[in-house]
Design a protein. Sequence first.
Length: 74
Amino acid sequence: VLTLDPWANAKEVSKEYGIELENTITHEEKYDAIILAVGHDLFKNIQISKFLNEISVVYDVKQFLNKDIVDGSL
């Protein structure tokens, strides 16, 4: 599991939620699921499709991504 939020304070997130937070994507792995829960401008420039494999599910909480790659949203 990779949790990415460049705006959040990694120490606070770790203390409050027990989650190790990344501030950047340093590798290009494929993921079974991607959940976009924030609408930061940084995510406009990331090609989500390069992180998808043949069974990936993309859930866009903020209705921020291109609807062609999204499987669900609020």
